[in-house]
Design a protein around this ligand. Structure first.
Ligand code: EPZ
Length: 427
């Protein structure tokens, strides 16, 4: 597997522009299954996960054409209700085919999805919500078959504000009979943007972004054109990179409204965060960082996806930081790599403590998941010497051109294929 080689002690300076959001693009591709008309999605990031989602919908017959960062999607030719296991089990978002296929065709066969190994990632809330709408499920060997003569609206309470379950139920409800109410719905911007596309397609949705969403079913949906907003997790990752190794890095194409918890925590740590103009933020670290505690929560709490990168920052802070992870049960897998680089950490269940202020040393470490890979890259930026991060495909799943963007800021990041001694420079 390919590795990244990161030279330590490089100061980041200059400007970087954030790409479109991965976790908005993926449900928008699924939503385009709900109509026979063409759907155009703009500002799509060029990422592994988006590529896999395109392969999945192409395999069931959707027309997919890409032009730069725009996707042209045509579901009028969809003729299959199940994609192959080898594709489905690569990404979590494949589960999002369930709602649209049931709404459109009354049938779906979905292998249990893959994605980052950060927890068991059950789908019981998807199952429960869709069952309440008249879907019957049967379980096979690693897959589930779902069918419904006619989806009926219902009042659904989610035991946990699951982003994916909210998205799946919302998409199914757009073509169901009657009204669907989702209580304890996820409030993430990804849900709001999906509701935006669905509304543009003719769906009747109110309350997206609150705990209670109402969807009134309609007979059909039409095509639409929709622009993907900037990726809040990529933006947050670069804000943390600027805090850990930057000197006044300027980050463009950022929706600061989606990053309030991170901004608050960076400022608590002594970092200067200034939105010099709408959508552009300058991040300047202090001479000495303060250790701050964080607790991950569903939106609008501190995002679980920024917990690993933030833990890398805390290795450089004065004092002990406590990081509580409440969303996923196995999201500290990057800590092994940090420890191999010299970080002083200890785990107590779902609570990670980091005694910062110690020098990190370059080492050979293993990426285990998308945001954990990003955490290791950030730590390597400040380590003494060179760090090799193996299995770097995890990073390519969710960050568009991260190594190139870091090099454009003054980083020194190169790629190394297995059994290769020299490193391929990144253009
Ligand atoms: C989405 O995953 C994101 N992925 C994740 O980003 C993100 O971390 C997560 O939301 C939380 O914000 C995409 O959008 C593709 P959930 P999702 O359903 O929908 C439990 C990244 O790095 N749960 O909100 O899978 C689940 O186990 C990825 O970009 C159930 O118990 O997240 C977890 O503990 C990682 N039953 C919690 O809810 C269910 O049926 C949150 O999961 C569904 C979820």
């Amino acid at each position: 597997m390919e590795s990244l080689i990161v030279e330590g002690k490089r100061t980041l300076r200059g400007r970087v522009r954030i790409s479109g959001s991965k976790n908005i693009t993926l449900p928008l591709i699924a939503a385009s299954l709900l109509t026979d008309d063409p759907v155009v999605v703009e500002d799509v990031p060029c990422l592994l996960d988006v590529g896999i989602m395109k392969e999945i919908v192409s395999e069931i017959g959707m027309g997919v054409r890409c032009q730069k960062h725009s996707l042209y999607l045509d579901a009028s030719t969809v003729n299959r209700f199940s994609a192959s296991h080898s594709l489905i089990n690569q990404i979590r978002a494949s589960i999002l085919l369930l709602g649209p296929l049931l709404a459109r065709f009354g049938r779906a066969k979905i292998y249990l999805p893959g994605g980052c190994s950060i927890g068991s990632r059950p789908v019981d809330l998807h199952w429960k919500g869709l069952s309440a709408m008249g879907v019957t499920f049967s379980l096979g060997n690693g897959y589930m078959e779902a069918s419904s003569d006619r989806l009926r609206g219902n009042h659904i309470y989610l035991d946990f504000p699951s982003v994916g379950a909210t998205e799946n139920i919302m998409m199914a409800a757009t073509l169901a009979e009657g009204e669907t109410i989702i209580e304890n719905a996820a409030r993430e911007p990804e849900v709001v943007e999906l509701a935006g596309l669905l509304t543009a397609m003719g769906a009747i949705i109110s309350g997206a972004g609150t705990y209670t969403i109402s969807i009134k079913g309609v007979s059909s949906l039409k095509g639409a054109r929709y622009r993907v907003i900037p990726d809040r997790i990529e933006a947050g990752t670069f804000m943390i990179a600027a805090a850990i190794a930057g000197e006044g890095v300027i980050i463009e194409n950022v929706l600061m409204n989606h990053l309030k918890p991170l901004t608050a925590k960076l400022e608590e740590a002594g970092v200067k965060v200034v939105e010099s103009k709408p959508g552009t933020v300058t991040v300047t670290p202090p001479t000495s960082l303060n250790a701050v505690d964080i607790k991950t929560m569903p939106y609008p709490g501190f995002p679980t996806d920024l917990q690993p990168p933030f833990s890398s920052l805390m290795t450089q802070a004065r004092g002990v930081a406590t990081i509580s992870e409440t969303v996923f049960e196995n999201r500290f897998r990057h800590v092994e790599g940090l420890t191999r680089m010299g970080a002083d950490t200890w785990l107590n269940g779902q609570s990670l403590s980091i005694r910062g202020g110690k020098k990190l040393w370059g080492n050979r470490v293993q990426a285990t998941d998308l945001r954990g890979a990003a955490a290791l890259v950030l730590a390597a930026l400040v380590a003494e010497g060179k760090t090799e991060i193996q299995d770097i495909h995890h990073l390519e799943r969710g960050y568009e051109d991260l190594p190139l963007k870091l090099n454009n800021l003054g980083g020194e990041v190169s790629r190394k294929m297995p059994q290769q001694e020299h490193y391929a420079q990144i253009p």
